[in-house]
Ligand binder design. Structure first.
Ligand SMILES: Nc1ncnc2c1ncn2[C@@H]1O[C@H](COP(=O)(O)OP(=O)(O)OP(=O)(O)O)[C@@H](O)[C@H]1O
Length: 244
């Protein structure tokens, strides 16, 4: 694996509300990382945190900065700082062909269409996928669409990549291949997953619980505590409790 650049994440009393309900935070942290994991059970706020970190949702209070950039208020600078890979590639892809999709982000960065297409072709070549350029995205498998999204983000060369459950719904070989392609990204990574086994490569982990940080720190110890708590919960029956 290439040595990744490190990044700085700074949250100051940051909270997110949906329908006037606080679903995340308030969180305050200031940490430097290369590979940061975020783990938590369903509904703990992982995807909300992913969108907040990518600058896609406004904090109800406080600020969210990556490398000093307020990712929500300074969208132009944020495009150079952070990219996000969603769980479902269909929520990300908007163009009919692979080349158009990969080139789009580059036009957002201010490149002219012809230059953006040349740069997009260079990325396809780097991933060994030059022959995909004119392929209709609709003809691709779920795993192949994931790779198109990844190439689109790597093309924009953000300093931080947020991965929101990128392996959900992928079979084992596709997951292994995508992991390998992810190693072509040399920036910092925030990997969000409910599955601790996805996060073994991270240097530190945040464990989210009901929108709050339940634990944070060294990957091995946080994941061990998380697994123990999940096994205890699994032995109970809170899935039948509609009030939570
Ligand atoms: N569009 C929405 N409308 C109302 N509530 C929402 C919406 N999106 C998220 N929430 C609520 O915000 C909280 C956090 O949701 P979030 O999707 O961030 O959790 P998650 O940890 O990513 O869950 P999962 O692992 O199931 O994807 C949950 O209580 C959820 O019900």
């Amino acid at each position: 694996m290439q040595e990744a650049f490190s990044a700085q994440l700074t949250l100051v009393d940051t909270s997110v509300e949906i329908d006037a309900r606080c679903v995340l935070g308030p969180l305050s942290l200031d940490l430097s990382f290369r590979r940061l994991g975020v783990v938590g059970r369903n509904g703990s706020g992982k995807s909300t945190l992913a969108r907040l970190l990518a600058g896609l949702i406004a904090p109800a209070g406080g600020t969210c900065r990556l490398n000093g950039v307020d990712v929500y208020t300074d969208r132009r600078a944020a495009l150079r700082e952070v990219g996000i890979l969603f769980q479902n590639p269909d929520h990300q892809i908007i163009f009919p062909t692979v080349l158009e999709e990969v080139a789009f982000g580059l036009t957002q960065l201010g490149r002219k269409k012809a230059q953006a297409e040349r740069d997009a072709l260079a990325i396809l070549a780097r991933f060994g996928k030059s022959d995909w350029a004119q392929s209709p995205v609709s003809s691709l498998s779920h795993g192949q669409k994931h790779l198109v999204c990844l190439m689109s983000i790597v093309a924009m060369a953000p300093k931080v990549l947020v991965l929101d459950e990128p392996f959900a719904g992928l079979d084992f070989p596709t997951k292994t291949q995508l992991s390998r392609y992810l190693r072509l990204f040399d920036g910092a990574v925030i990997h969000i997953s409910h599955d601790p086994s996805d996060l073994q490569d991270c240097e530190s982990v945040l464990w989210l619980e009901k929108g709050q940080i339940a634990r944070s720190g060294d990957t091995k110890s946080v994941l061990a505590q998380y697994l123990e708590a999940m096994e205890t919960l699994g032995a109970g029956d809170d899935i039948s409790d509609l009030s939570r």
